[in-house]
Write a protein that binds this ligand. Sequence first.
Ligand code: GLN
Length: 469
Amino acid sequence: MHLNTKPLHELLDLINKREIHPREVIADLYRAIAERENYIRAYISLAPQERLLEEAERLRDKPLRGLPIAVKDNISTREFKTTCASRFLESFQPVFDATVVHRLKAAGATILGKTNLDEFAMGSSGENSAFFPTRNPHDLERVPGGSSGGSAAAVAAHEAICALGSDTGGSIRQPAAFCGIVGLKPTYGLISRYGLVAFASSLDQIGPMTKDVRDCALLLNYIAGRDPHDSTSVERPCADYTQELGQEIKGFRVGLPKEYVADLSGPAKACVESWEKHLRALGAEIVELSLPHTKYAIPAYYLISSSEASANLARFDGVRYTKRASNDSVEAMFSESRDKGFGPEVKRRIMIGTYALSAGYYEAWYGKAQRVRALIREDFASAFKRVDMILSPTSPTPAFKLGERVSDPLAMYLSDIFTVPASLAGLPAISIPGGTVDGLPFGLQLIADQFQEARLLRAAYALEQEIKS
Ligand code: GLN
């Protein structure tokens, strides 16, 4: 029956009705992994099937029934190494579970494996993994997107039911778009980041990557909420995020930013027009908007995220966490460990960030980027006085070819143009499958105001049903 192709909520229903047993789901998943993992290469580590079968037995009375979930390999897990796809952490074994992992396990989930990513989550294609690139299940010559490319490819290839990713400037949404699945970046502060290896702390968020919108809402129910271990997580009564699914969106005002769509042409433009049509059919109103500071979002993002990365990654010095490259002197230990441990993109970010933060340049670079960030936030604040939701493609193009942008970091950075603004403003945004461009999945992004996840999911669900039908 290929149970591995079904979304989590359907599997839970079938298990609750005693029509299937979690064992059968696990067996189907491992069958798919045995068939496809050789060429997809979504996983850095995998749990032994025997262990998951035993755990499923033990957890059968808990809400998630012992079903396995894939986790991006920059999220701490006690039973797997957590490598961040970096040589530096190749053999790093955490001693604790991240809060999200802890919560999922407490609800009866197990961890299927740890998925590949761009090293330390820096990248948009998965090709910056120090170990191997992951391939897009829709076209093996193409990238799955990044940085959560392994999670997206695992779900799309049905080598996982659902997965967790992390998103700093688009790393959940863009790979979800490239692989034709659903990915949600929640409001900054909704989900604990305790146990997520920090890239850029003012932007990083963990979120679900799933086969459909309902699964996204379901997973969010388990992982959202205040955690005393993460002071940036907020105290808010947690809604049931599935509650509004299926309610109509008649009268919703959906903004279409002219800066986001001005340069689209051909099939991408046709996709956006078809989304407008679907929204109108659902009774929503399309409102033309302007987000005038969009063009500064990419430079501001790369300055801020690299500055924070240069500070966060200072902890990797050869003393803790990992192998030491030299014992000659303290300085040699630091510099050789860092030289051998980090790949080229990580070094590039550390250099950009260290430069932007250094005395004499701080105001001109980092300070200015922070002021631009404030303007971008204000763009959204005034937009949300007029609309409930903002619509755009998730990425300007579908998945590109492996190797195509590796030698041109700027072209790689520019592919984040639609995802980065919501990250800078801390807003929730979701990518759902929005049709195809050149035969490849093309993602539709919806952005909502802070903590409006329930409404965002309601609109995404309505569109998902409309697009499918
Ligand atoms: N592609 C973006 C970058 O390289 C976003 C990465 C992310 O969200 N982790 O920084």
